[in-house]
Design a binder for this molecule. Structure first.
Ligand SMILES: Nc1ncnc2c1ncn2[C@@H]1O[C@H](COP(=O)(O)OP(=O)(O)OP(=O)(O)O)[C@@H](O)[C@H]1O
Ligand SMILES: [Mg+2]
Length: 220
């Protein structure tokens, strides 16, 4: 399927994208601060891959990943946002695009990466939706194709942000964490319990992941 067949972001405001609809808000400013902090962690390294995850379901991983991506793209960087939550994807809903093709198709070799990405109208932000849920998500994410995918996108973008499933829920996220340069852990004030937050930290460290930040997500 050709790139131009994909729907583009509509110009109307998007509910979950406060960084897009209100770039001057305090929350938008906080996302910019995260980006600045990453500069200190990674220095002049050309590219970095960051996993966004949380201990449990529904804690704000996708909302955070989408807003981080927009905020970074507004700072003139070349950003790729990947939906690697193959079991319960939602990035296509947040950006109101189709999920006909995506990461699973690239990993399975059905389409090229260039055919699968969706160029947003927000700076240099490209989006790769999940594609269809595969029969074997963990196996696909642990494949050589996934490693090759990481090498490719690392050479094409300043920052690659990966949305994922909850780290305590399935093994998928630990596999991706091991491939990424850093992990941002999202915890939700009214939802995440402290034991699960500590357990997530342990699990991620065991997967040799570097936690570069924790975001306290709070309903406004
Ligand atoms: N700070 C917030 N304020 C208001 N609503 C929020 C906030 N963060 C997330 N939500 C809402 O909570 C719901 C869950 O958020 P989101 O989809 O980002 O979580 P998730 O961790 O990605 O979930 P899943 O585990 O299903 O992937 C969504 O309806 C989202 O719009
Ligand atoms: Mg999600």
């Amino acid at each position: 399927m050709a790139l131009n067949k994909r729907k583009r972001i509509p110009s109307r405001k998007q509910r979950n994208l406060i960084t897009h609809s209100n770039p001057e808000s305090i929350i938008s400013e906080q996302f910019r601060t995260i980006r600045t902090n990453l500069h200190f962690i990674y220095g002049d390294k050309n590219s970095s891959t960051l996993l966004i995850t949380s201990p449990g379901k529904w804690e704000g991983k996708s909302t955070t990943a989408a807003n981080m991506a927009v905020s970074m793209a507004q700072q003139k960087e070349k950003i790729l946002l990947v939906d690697a939550n193959l079991r319960n994807p939602s990035i296509h809903n947040i950006f109101k695009t189709s999920n006909m093709i995506g990461l699973t198709d690239v990993l399975e070799g059905n389409v090229s990466f260039e055919e699968a990405i969706y160029p947003s109208r927000i700076g240099k932000l490209d989006i790769l939706t999940s594609g269809d849920t595969p029969y074997n998500p963990a196996e696909l994410l642990a494949s050589d194709a996934m490693e090759q995918f990481f090498q490719k996108v690392g050479s094409l973008y300043d920052i690659v942000l990966i949305d994922s499933a909850s780290v305590l829920e399935v093994s998928d996220t630990k596999i991706i964490a091991n491939l990424c340069d850093g992990v941002v852990l999202v915890v939700r004030q009214d939802k995440t319990n402290i034991e699960n937050a500590f357990e997530s930290k342990k699990v991620l460290e065991y997967a040799k992941a570097q936690i570069v930040g924790v975001i306290l997500n709070e309903k406004s």
